[in-house]
Structure formats: structure tokens, C-alpha cells
Design a protein around this ligand. Structure first.
Ligand SMILES: Cc1cc2nc3c(=O)[nH]c(=O)nc-3n(C[C@H](O)[C@H](O)[C@H](O)COP(=O)(O)OP(=O)(O)OC[C@H]3O[C@@H](n4cnc5c(N)ncnc54)[C@H](O)[C@@H]3O)c2cc1C
Ligand code: FES
Length: 504
């Protein structure tokens, strides 16, 4: 079964877009996920002209189109982590920002009359093991001290034996793409535009800045890099962000047989929510199987394991939807939102949402609007990419890079295939094979035809691995993804895998 995200399935008409990037806007926003669209919307509302530039043909098809879209300040057990590492004031400031983002979404949805299946729900982190309860109690105390609507409870509406849980009241959930298309619809006009099918490939900083794209170069007074993993990396972001992939499966369920609220496990990160279907039914959405790209040979097996987990616990007959994406964690668990690098005057970045980008991506938009329009914002120092807490987190920095170093230096070529040639690659599969000093990403299509590209990722040169569930080449280092014809599907890479001759 091929992957298919429920959020991208028949979401309605996008706002008018163009293929030609316009020059001379106040702000060029690169990347139309939740961070980019929210930022562009808010800057236009603040009276600026914007060009929102997106590589894909559609908006919000990146990680934001492959999320579970809980809109909550409950980010697993972050408040005890922040309190322990940096003190209760940091935890309080972070929590205040997340609640602000929820309130802004709820009030703006009312102003816009946005049909985005937005509803208020409680959110829970739960534990099945008694041994996890003390960790949850510590987190509940830290969250309460941070001013959040938190309490430790033992009862939930989950059909699972739960040893304990932390409840956050009056959180929210929505349909992320419907929400973002409602915001995006307000962007075109009065000197602002949305440009799709156009990949940014280069940046020259100055006054104005010049963004090179696959459809020509554009000038803008400011540039916002909202490409998830930052492209044109001048802030060494690749060395201080850690990608982790999560999978999601979803299937129709009976309303009375699924929980009303939103859940995430403290122990194995299984994530549970529902969403209404247009025919009045309900879809159960279950996330899980967190892993580093390339950590396990078969992605299809991760999907099987997650489907089995969901179907053993909930009465779901079929799982017609399944999707995956990775998100990025920073070395100190706080997002990077602010100047692209310490000397940048008019280039800005938003990344590292730590698997909680619905609120963090929204907060990034609110903060970037203030930074670009010269307004004070109390969160500017906390989220500044050059902040002190990043420098304090040297151990995490080393950990994040050890995996990448191993992938850069290590040779993951499939020597068995190299010995036997590519004949043993079955239809619909791909493998990295050695040909002299070259590493070749060899994929055999359903008609038996072999397609060979360089296996060296065009970002920094790690060897890609084949994703058997999606039929893509994925990079384990910073999670760029490529189609079997070499096209970039997700950055930070901006150039395709070049074609190469098949091994002789
Ligand atoms: C499985 C999963 C479940 C999650 N569940 C939740 C949840 O319940 N709640 C929550 O708060 N968060 C959740 N998250 C995290 C959240 O989804 C992300 O943090 C968020 O969507 C990231 O948004 P973004 O705008 O940074 O990135 P994206 O949505 O990826 O947007 C970046 C955009 O930039 C474009 N782009 C990239 N390179 C270029 C280029 N060179 N030129 C032009 N455009 C480019 C991409 O095509 C893309 O559209 C989840 C994440 C995953 C993976
Ligand atoms: S080397 Fe960085 S994404 Fe591949």
C-alpha cells in the first residue's frame, strides 16, 4: 500500500498561486508549511508585502501535511526537562508562548470563519507502567509551576490500563491543511503573492537580499527561511538539529469506541486522536514508531507494527491512510526562531519545533512578525538561535553529530549486492551498490527497468538509504528525501541526485 495522508486527501481548493516569483517585496518567505504560511499571513496583516515561495506544487504538503495536528502546550515531558536544565522561568516562558499560540489560533479562526475542524479537547500524557508514574508526577508539578492547566490523574477515556496521566485542559485539535489554506487565502493581493512549484536554491544577503530560485532570482528587503530544515545553512543548523521520523496510521472507527480527548504515551510515544469525517463518521489517528532514518532496514515493517498496535487496542477494521515525516529537535529542546546567524540583519529562520510545530510554528510566525516590524517580543531572547542555552548544551551537540559523522565516514554500501550485481534487486525495490569508488542508488521499477542515481546526498554527501514503504531515497544524516528519479522531495538538499551509469 502506498502512503497517503488524510490531511492531503481532498482538502479543497488552494488560493491563487503563480509560478513566477515576484521581485521587490518587503519579505520573501521561503517554505509554505505552518511556519511559513503563518508568518506570511501575519506580515501581510501588519501591512507588509510578501512573496511566499514554495517548492511543491501545493501548499502545506511538507511535514505539516503529515502531522497529527494536536494543538497543545503539552509537549510530552518538556516542562520538567526545561526546569531541570534552565530553571522554572524558562519553563514558564516556553509554556506561556505555547498557550498564546493556541489562543491566537482559536481567536483568528473565529475572525476568519475558518472551517478547519477546530475543537477544544483535553490533552494527556499517559503511562501504562507504574514505574513511569513518578516521572509524570514530576512533569505535572513542573507544568503547574509554569502556569499551565495541568493535573496528575489516574482516570482517562482510553480503553487501556493506565497507571497515571497528566491532563492539560482546554487544548485543541484541528485539520492542519484546512487551517493553513484559510490563512493562505488571505495572502494574495495588494502586492503580495504565493508562488508554488519554485524551489529556492541560493541566497545573497544584502539590502535587498537576492533569493535564487528554479524560476529566476527575486529581491526582497527581508528573507524568512521556513523550509523546515534550513536551506542555505549559515547558522550551522545542520550540526545542531536532530531529525527523528514518526509514522501515522488512520482508519474509520465507531464514535463510541474511541477516546474523545488527545493522548500521547510517555513510554513509547504512541499518539492518539480522532478527527471528524465529512460523512459524519470519525477517523482514529494513531502515531508512533519513532526512529532515526536508516535505523531499521524496512520502513514497511514499522507501518505493519503500528497498524497492529492500533488494531489490537481499538476496533478499527482497516487503515486506508498511512503517512510519515520527520521533525527536528534542537540541542536544548527550544526552537530556533530569529536571526539566521548572529550577523544577519534581514534574514530570519524558524525551525526545530521538537515534534510540536502546531503551536511552535504558530508562535514562530507571531515572533517573526514582531522582529521584522521592529516590535518588542518577550520571547525573542528565549528562542534566539544564537542564545546562551544552545552553547551550554555541548553534550547534546556532540550526540547529534556522532550519528552523522558515523554516516559520513561509514560505508553502508550493500556489499552482497555489489558482489552479485543488481540482478537480485526485485521490482519495486532499491539498494545502494558499490561500483569501484562510486556508490549507486539503484532502483528497479515495476516494469523491471533499473534507474541509477548517485547515492551521495547532495546536501553534505552521506549515503542515502531506500525507503521500501514510500519508494524514496532518504538521507540518514539530515533527512533529505529524493524520488527514485533523483528529484528533491524534502530538504535541506536543494539539488537532485545526479544520474549515473548502471554498474557494469
Ligand atoms: C508524524 C508527526 C506527527 C506530528 N504531530 C504533531 C502534533 O500532533 N502536534 C504538533 O504540534 N506538532 C506535531 N508534529 C510536528 C509538526 O508537524 C512540525 O513541527 C511542523 O509541521 C513543521 O512545520 P514547518 O513549517 O517547519 O515545516 P513544513 O511543513 O515541512 O514546511 C516547510 C515547507 O518548505 C518547503 N521547502 C523546503 N525546501 C524548500 C526550498 N528550497 N524552496 C522552497 N520551498 C521549500 C517544503 O516543501 C515545505 O512545504 C508532528 C510531526 C510528525 C512528523
Ligand atoms: S547529508 Fe545532509 S541531508 Fe543528506
Amino acid at each position: 500500500m502506498r502512503s497517503r495522508s488524510f490531511w492531503l486527501d481532498g482538502t479543497g481548493d488552494p488560493p491563487p498561486t503563480s509560478r513566477t516569483p515576484p521581485s521587490g517585496r518587503d519579505v520573501d518567505v521561503v517554505g509554505a508549511g505552518i511556519a511559513g504560511i503563518t508568518t506570511a499571513y501575519l506580515l501581510k496583516r501588519a501591512g507588509m508585502t510578501v512573496a511566499l515561495i514554495e517548492a511543491d506544487d501545493q501548499l502545506a504538503t511538507g511535514v505539516t501535511g503529515h502531522t497529527t495536528a494536536k494543538v497543545t502546550s503539552q509537549h510530552s515531558t518538556i516542562y520538567s526537562t526545561l526546569t531541570r536544565s534552565f530553571g522554572p522561568e524558562t519553563a514558564r516562558a516556553y509554556g506561556t508562548g505555547q498557550q498564546l499560540a493556541i489562543d491566537w489560533i482559536v481567536s483568528e479562526a473565529a475572525v476568519l470563519g475558518a472551517e478547519a475542524d477546530l475543537s477544544r479537547r483535553d490533552s494527556y500524557v499517559y503511562a501504562e507502567q507504574e514505574s513511569s508514574v513518578s516521572q509524570l508526577r514530576t512533569e505535572a508539578d513542573a507544568a503547574l509551576e509554569a502556569g499551565l492547566p495541568a493535573s496528575f490523574v489516574t482516570g482517562t477515556d482510553l480503553p487501556l490500563p493506565v497507571a497515571g496521566a497528566i491532563r492539560f485542559t482546554a487544548q485543541a485539535q484541528f485539520h492542519p491543511r484546512r487551517w493553513l489554506l484559510a490563512l493562505a487565502a488571505m495572502i494574495p493581493g495588494d502586492g503580495s503573492d504565493i508562488v508554488t512549484g519554485t524551489r529556492a536554491t541560493g541566497l545573497t544577503e544584502g539590502d535587498p537580499c537576492v533569493v535564487d530560485t528554479t524560476s529566476g532570482s527575486v529581491h526582497g528587503r527581508h528573507v524568512v527561511v521556513a523550509t523546515h530544515y534550513p536551506i542555505f545553512d549559515r547558522g550551522l543548523f545542520f550540526a545542531r538539529l536532530e531529525p527523528r521520523r514518526d509514522l501515522v496510521v488512520a482508519g474509520r472507527a465507531d464514535l463510541g469506541a474511541v477516546p474523545h480527548d488527545m493522548y500521547i504515551s510517555a513510554e513509547d510515544r504512541h499518539s492518539i486522536r480522532t478527527t471528524p469525517l465529512d460523512d459524519g463518521g470519525v477517523l482514529l489517528i494513531v502515531g508512533g514508531e519513532p526512529h532515526r532514518v536508516g535505523a531499521r532496514a524496512s520502513v514497511a515493517r514499522h507501518y505493519d507494527d503500528l497498524s497492529r498496535w492500533a488494531q489490537q487496542r481499538f476496533p478499527v477494521q482497516e487503515v486506508p491512510y498511512r503517512w510519515l515525516a520527520h521533525d527536528l529537535t534542537t540541542v536544548d529542546a527550544l526552537p530556533y526562531v530569529g536571526r539566521f546567524h548572529p550577523r544577519a540583519r534581514n534574514v530570519w529562520v524558524a525551525t526545530g519545533f521538537g515534534h510540536w510545530g502546531m503551536t511552535n510554528g504558530t508562535l514562530a510566525g507571531l515572533l517573526l512578525r514582531d522582529l521584522i516590524t521592529g516590535e518588542e517580543n518577550p520571547l525573542a531572547g528565549l528562542l534566539d538561535p544564537a542564545r546562551r542555552t544552545v552553547r551550554q548544551s555541548a553534550a547534546e551537540f556532540v550526540k547529534a553529530n556522532a550519528y552523522v559523522a558515523a554516516r559520513l565516514i561509514g560505508d553502508r554500501m550493500d556489499t552482497a549486492v555489489a558482489r552479485h550485481g543488481t540482478d537480485s534487486i526485485p521490482a519495486g525495490h532499491g539498494r545502494v551498490v558499490a561500483a569501484g569508488t562510486r556508490a549507486i542508488a539503484a532502483y528497479r521499477d515495476d516494469d523491471g527497468m533499473l534507474h541509477c542515481r548517485s547515492a551521495r546526498c547532495t546536501h553534505l554527501g552521506c549515503l542515502v538509504v531506500f525507503n521500501d514503504a514510500e519508494r524514496t531515497w532518504d538521507c540518514p544524516c539530515h533527512a533529505s528525501r529524493f524520488a527514485t528519479d533523483g528529484r528533491v522531495l524534502a530538504g535541506p538538499a536543494v539539488r537532485p541526485l545526479p544520474p549515473v551509469e548502471p554498474p557494469g
